[in-house]
Design a binder for this molecule. Structure first.
Ligand code: UT7
Length: 329
């Protein structure tokens, strides 16, 4: 087994065409643009149409990343999709996406760890490349959370959106991977979960009536944990990578709530311009939020060789994590 470096050679993102504004939500929920804006920072979110599923969004983001990298799907050695809204219970959404893109007989699997999906996926994918197992990996964070939203529950319906972001990791002499910190605590899944048709509560008519297949969240408690864990994980990767906070070029956090991001950034002493926030446009897209934000800043030409990026997330599991990454063109 050889040990090499890894870098990102292509990025892409995609959001469904249908936009749902705060004013749209006011039409059927007891809520207001003012409440949603001040409590979450969200103005709009994109919701998939009835005939769009997660693999469709993932394939669109991955296609954009392939074009960005100047690569064909068959040149990718492994496909990973981070999602908690797979097309099917099985097979894995990554299998569907790889075939859709035209990749033949390539390994493909999903990572299901909710909003931390991209962080876990990046850690796994970077490890597979750096240890010499694969030369190139397509990692996609993709969600259609609108499909598991209780549209009549104002405390969750306003928060979540659909989207996908993709990165292509490639073996390299330079090494972008600086450090990772991952954590999970499964002692209280009910803080943020969708029981779906899981083995604990298989779907029957009674379960459907109780809406167990939809997202349930205890918002205020999740909020507090999110702030603390995101701060701790960011500090952990900085310590491992022997970097000072001032050396971070961009903090790219999971977009759950602007107040969570602001609180963590304030504690970490990160000035506004260094924190990437696109929550007003997309809401919370779970595993897709970080790769979408990364794709936007890279494609806007804002990220330069040598820049230090810190990705950090918190979500269902509970789960959390951060990755410190030095950008190499
Ligand atoms: O992505 C994974 C991680 N996710 C998170 O970390 C999300 C964390 N949680 C949050 O972002 C926030 O807790 C929420 C945005 C979900 C809620 O904001 P909050 O400031 O914690 O509000 P709250 O739940 O404490 O509710 C305050 C009030 C309540 O009314 P009363 O009881 O004070 O009369 C709610 O019923 O706001 C009410 N409320 C709303 N009002 C208008 C809740 N949702 C809405 C709404 N519109 N959409």
């Amino acid at each position: 087994m050889s040990f090499t470096g890894v870098k990102i050679v292509g990025v892409g993102h995609y959001a469904p065409a249908r936009v749902v504004t705060n004013h749209d939500l006011e039409q059927w929920l007891d809520t207001s643009d003012e409440w949603i804006t001040t409590r979450t920072g969200m103005k709009r979110r994109h919701w998939a149409s009835n005939d769009e599923a997660t693999s469709d969004l993932a394939a669109a983001a991955a296609s954009a990343a392939l074009v960005h990298a100047g690569l064909q799907a068959q040149q990718i050695d492994c496909f990973i999709v981070a999602t908690v809204t797979p097309d099917y219970y099985f097979p894995a959404t990554a299998c569907l996406v790889a075939s859709r893109l035209g990749a033949v007989d390539k390994p493909a699997f999903d990572v299901a760890i909710a909003c931390s999906g991209f962080i876990y996926g990046l850690t796994v994918a970077a490890g597979l490349v750096r240890s010499g197992v694969y030369r190139r990996i397509m990692l996609i964070g993709a969600e259609t959370l609108s499909k598991i939203l209780d549209k009549d529950d104002r405390s969750t319906a306003i928060l979540f959106g659909d989207g996908a972001g993709a990165v292509i990791l490639e073996r390299s002499d330079e090494d972008s991977f600086l450090a990772a910190d991952l954590g999970a605590d499964g002692s209280r899944p009910e803080l943020l979960f969708a029981q779906g048709s899981g083995a604990r509560r298989p779907l029957d008519h009674a379960a459907l009536d109780e809406k167990v297949h939809l997202i349930h969240m205890q918002g205020p408690e999740t909020f507090k944990l999110a702030v603390n864990r995101m701060i701790e994980s960011t500090e952990a990767v900085l310590e491992q990578a022997k970097l000072a906070k001032s050396e971070i070029t961009f903090l790219i956090p999971h977009q759950a709530n602007k107040r969570i991001i602001d609180a963590a950034a304030r504690y970490l002493g990160m000035p506004n311009g260094k924190v990437v926030i696109n929550i007003a446009e997309y809401g919370n897209t779970s595993a897709a939020s970080i790769p979408m934000a990364l794709s936007e800043v890279v494609r806007a030409g804002l990220v330069k060789s040598g820049d230090v990026l810190v990705f950090v997330a918190f979500g269902g599991g509970l789960s959390w994590g951060a990755v410190a990454w030095r950008w190499h063109q």
